[in-house]
Design a binder for this molecule. Structure first.
Ligand code: UD1
Length: 369
């Protein structure tokens, strides 16, 4: 392709660390033009702006400012506004050769749909992951995005198998590794040299790190309440740092559960930037999370990860890595924490191709496609 023009989409927090290495790798190919489009799904400074600074990413060339809303509202706004961006580019004689999307958030699916309907091909990075749980909004986004994208970049072998089972042609599938790990390996030394732990009053290896934001865990008091109780109980043995996502903070307040977190040993913070968070995740004794990406990051870091979900779309993190699925089962969480503290928890290994070079492999393929 001579002088290809790519629209690169970001929308929500987990997208930024995946897109940053791709922009860099594409930038190393002369003649390639990248236009960074931010849908504005996340807009708070600590869910969005801070990542552009810390990941040394260019500012968005186009902002769609869709903001929060119901799934349909958010998706509809992205569809309308991104369609206009594509149409304007074509009308100005500078059509996009391809749209590049990452991950599984509403912005991923909505921009994909707008593009393919206008005949612009889509490449999906982190394709093929399946939890087989259609109550998760992300699972619907993954299935729909992969169904219509024509270049599918896959991070682990299970993703290849899922896409084959869904009838994708072999030439559409590329097992390239994990772009989020590219960012982690690049920024780990910088993160670890920060004073994050001292500021929060914890010592290396002497605390657990907690994140919770999935609707299945935080949207009902009968699920969220007992989880907070186990955290309070755990904090008596091991201090916990808990950066609280705005969705979770709103639910805790709304359900009148704030006092459950007042236990000694729980350090509550606002959502953190990438470097502070990596400083914490890389030096924790254990991580308790319902995040998708953190299951992968903890596997690479060799830190035990107790995943508060009944299933995962990233099975390699359980089969090879350091993750164990504990669901919202307090007894299982307690047993795994005991194993970590006793030193009997399993050791993990780093999956193939999670080596810091995934974005380079993807850029090569995109430029030749
Ligand atoms: C979204 C993604 C999820 C991802 C998560 C990371 C979907 C379906 N979900 O979930 O896969 O793991 O991002 O954070 O796309 N809010 C703010 N400030 C913001 C953005 C949101 O306060 O900058 C609040 C709003 O009250 C909003 C709520 O958070 O209604 C949820 O935001 P939303 O973008 O709908 O989903 P997340 O829960 O963040």
């Amino acid at each position: 392709m001579t002088h290809p023009r790519f629209a690169c989409i970001v929308g929500a927090r987990p997208n930024f660390m995946k897109m940053a290495p791709l922009l860099r790798a594409l930038g190393a190919h002369p003649g390639v033009e990248t236009v960074l489009v931010h849908t504005g799904q996340h807009y708070d400074k600590n869910l969005s702006d801070v990542f552009f600074e810390e990941l040394e990413m260019k500012r968005p060339d186009v902002s769609l400012d869709v903001g929060s809303g119901s799934h349909a509202q958010q998706t509809a706004r992205v569809l309308e506004r991104f369609e206009e961006v594509l149409q304007n580019a074509a009308a100005e004689g500078k059509p996009f050769n391809r749209v590049i999307v990452v991950g599984d958030v509403n912005s991923t699916m909505a921009t994909t749909l707008a593009a393919v309907k206008l005949g612009v091909p889509v490449a999906h990075v982190e394709a093929g992951l399946r939890s087989f749980d259609r109550t998760m909004p992300e699972e619907i986004n993954r299935i729909l995005t992969d169904a219509v994208a024509d270049l599918l970049f896959v991070s682990e072998p299970a993703g290849m198998e899922n896409l084959r089972n869904e009838g994708h042609r072999e030439e559409e599938l590329k097992l390239v590794g994990n772009v989020m790990i590219d960012t982690l390996l690049t920024l780990l030394p910088k993160a670890r040299s920060r004073d994050t732990l001292a500021r929060l009053g914890v010592a290396p290896g002497g605390y657990g790190l907690v994140t919770l934001h999935r609707p299945a865990n935080v949207d009902r008091p009968e699920t969220l309440g007992p989880m907070l109780d186990v955290l309070a109980e755990t904090a008596r043995r091991l201090p916990l740092v808990f950066p609280i996502h705005p969705r979770t903070r709103a639910r805790i307040a709304g359900f009148g559960l704030a006092d459950r977190l007042d236990a000694a040993g729980i350090v509550q913070t606002e959502p953190l930037g990438y470097l502070d968070f990596l400083a914490l995740s890389s030096q924790a004794r254990v991580i308790v999370t319902d995040s998708g990406g953190l299951q992968e990051e903890s596997t690479v870091l060799g830190i035990p990860c107790l995943t508060a979900r009944p299933n995962t779309e990233r099975p390699i993190t359980v089969e090879q890595g350091t993750s164990t699925l504990v669901g919202s089962d307090a007894a299982k969480l307690r047993a795994c924490l005991a194993a970590v503290l006793d030193g009997t928890y399993k050791q993990g290994a780093c999956p193939a191709l999670w080596d810091g070079r995934a974005a380079e492999r993807i850029a090569e393929i995109l430029v030749e496609s």
